[in-house]
Design a protein around this ligand. Sequence first.
Ligand SMILES: Nc1ncnc2c1ncn2[C@@H]1O[C@H](COP(=O)(O)OP(=O)(O)OP(=O)(O)O)[C@@H](O)[C@H]1O
Ligand SMILES: [Mg+2]
Length: 500
Amino acid sequence: MATPLWELVNICKAFPGVRANDGISIRLNAGEIHALLGENGCGKSTLIKILSGVHSPDTGEIRLNGRPITLGSPIDARSKGVATVFQEFSLAPTLTVAENIFLGRYPRRGPLVDWAKMRSEAARVLTSLEIAIDPARLVGSLSVAEQQLVEIAKAISVDATLLILDEPTTALGEHEIAVLHRLLRRMKNRGVAVLYISHRLDEVVELVDTATILKEGRVASTADATRLDIPSIVTAMIGASVEEHYPKVRNATDEVLIAVSNLRSARGARGASFSVRKGEVFGLGGVIGSGRTEIARALFGADPASGDIRIEGRPVRIRNPRDAIAAGLALVPENRKFDGLFFNFHGGPNITSAALGAIRRLFLLDKRGERRITSDFIQDLEISPAAAHKCVNLLSGGNQQKIVIARWLFAGSRVLILDEPTQGIDIGAKIAVYRLVNELTARGCAVILISSDHSELIAMSDRIGIVRNGAVVETLPASQVTHAHLVQASASADGAATAA
Ligand SMILES: Nc1ncnc2c1ncn2[C@@H]1O[C@H](COP(=O)(O)OP(=O)(O)OP(=O)(O)O)[C@@H](O)[C@H]1O
Ligand SMILES: [Mg+2]
C-alpha cells in the first residue's frame, strides 16, 4: 500500500471515566474525502482535536508522509498544514469577519497590518464560497448559518494539506451545503486530504470517497470494508439495521388547536398565517433566511410581535415567552447549546425549570418531587437513566434534546415548536426524537416542525407550509411535497440571506 499523506496509528486518549479514543488507526490520502462517522460521544471530535493539536494523544502516533510528527498546539498543527472547522464555533464576536478569518496571521506591510489586503483577501475567500457577507461586518451580528460559513471560510483560507470539518453543515440549508460540497471537491482535486464529520448521512454518501466508522472509541468498520450506502453505514454505526428511518404515525385530527393570522415582527415575521390541528405536525419549509425561525420566535413572544393568535378558537395575547408558556406554547430553539439547557446541571432541574411552581412547596423547591418527575420522564421518553445525575453537557445530543422536550411537556405545553430538533444528533437519537414527536401528537399536542433536512420534514409532517420572506406562501399535504418543490418554492425568495 502506498504511504498515505496523513496517518493516525493506534491513537488512545482517555478522559476521567471514558476512553474517548481507544486504539484508532486511520489513513488519510491526498485527494480523498474521508468521512468519520459514529454515534454521539463515540470519539470523533476527540480524534480531530488530536489531529488539530488541541489534545495530545496518551499513546499512538501521527504520521505525515510516513514520518512521525508532533502537533504541539493548534498553531503548530496549522503551520504543519492542518486546517480545522471545529464543532463548537471559535469566532470572536466583537471582531469583523475579515479579522476573524485572518486572526493570528494578519497580512502585514512592513510593521503595519495591511488592512486593505486583509479585506480584499477575505472578500476573495468569501466569494469562492459564494457567501454574500460583507467582510467588514462584526461576527456577533451574523446569523448562526452565516457564522458557520465564516468558520469554513477561515479554515479554507489557510494553505492546508489536511482539511478537517467537524459537522460543518448543522446550521446550513441545502443551498449552502451544495456550495460547500462543490468547494470540497475542488480542494480534493487540488490534492488536499479532507476529513469530514456529519450526522446527515444522505449528505455523506453523496460527498465522500471513503469512510471510517467509530463505535465507543474504536474503529468499528474500516474505510475499505464500508459500503457507502446509508443502510450499511447505519448497521456499522449502531450495530443493528434500522427498519424504518422515519417511523411516522399519523395522529392529526380535524380540530384546530392553534390558528395564527398575520403574525408580524420587526425581526422578520411578515404576515404569517397558518393553523395547526390537534395531533398534527405542521412543517415549515424554506431556505435559510426565509423567516422560519423568526416566525417561531414571534409566535412564542421571544420577539415583539403583532397578529391574531387563537387557541381552540379563543384569542390569546402573547407579549413575552411567559404569556406563551401560560397559553400552552413551547419553543425548542434551534441551537440548544446556546439557549436550550443549563449545561452544568443534571437532567432534573433542566426538566422542571419551566414550571417551577409545580414543584415548589411553600418557598422551597421540592427536591423529592423533582426526582420523581425526572424519573417519570426518563421512563416515558426513554431518556438515558444517567440523566438523573449526570450534568447534561456529558449526555449525548439526543438525550439533551429529549430533556428540552420533557421540560416543555412538564410545563403543560400543547403546542410545541421544534426548530431543527435533530440538528447534530446521531441517527439513533434522531429516530428517538421522531418517536417522541409521535408521542406528542398521540397526546393531542400540535407540533410545528422547522427542519432544513428536507427528507425529514416531508416524512414527519402531516402538512407543510412553505415560507418565503417571513410569510407562509403555500400550504400542502406533506405527501404532495417534493425536494424540488421545497428548493424551488423557497429559493425564489428575494429575502434569502446567502443568495449567490
Ligand atoms: N474535555 C473532555 N473532558 C471529559 N470528557 C470528554 C471531553 N471531551 C470529550 N469527552 C468525552 O469523550 C467521549 C467522546 O466525545 P467526543 O466529543 O469525541 O464525541 P463525538 O463523537 O464528537 O460526539 P458528537 O457526535 O456528539 O459530536 C464522550 O463520552 C465525551 O463525554
Ligand atoms: Mg463531536
